[in-house]
Design a protein around this ligand. Structure first.
Ligand SMILES: [Zn+2]
Ligand SMILES: [Zn+2]
Length: 74
């Protein structure tokens, strides 16, 4: 019983220290400029207006600025 309580405490402490990586399943995307939380579908950061996506020249879909290859076209 004591061991179980101890284990729970350790897990809790671990979650407090590293909440972003261990306790959250989906990682929140943040603006690289101002760290404002972003949604996947955003084209611009609502806080600092940083451009987040660009239009693919081939298919016209909006893709992430840091993607080196458009995943929609070949
Ligand atoms: Zn921003
Ligand atoms: Zn494309």
């Amino acid at each position: 019983m004591m061991f179980l309580v101890f284990l729970l405490m350790v897990i809790l402490l671990y979650c407090l220290v590293k909440p972003a990586t261990t306790c959250r399943r989906e990682e929140i995307k943040k603006c690289s400029n101002c760290a404002h939380p972003l949604k996947e579908e955003y084209n611009y950061c609502p806080s600092c207006k940083e451009k987040l996506k660009k239009q693919c020249e081939e298919c016209g879909k909006m893709i992430d600025l840091n993607w080196r290859k458009c995943p929609y076209c070949d």
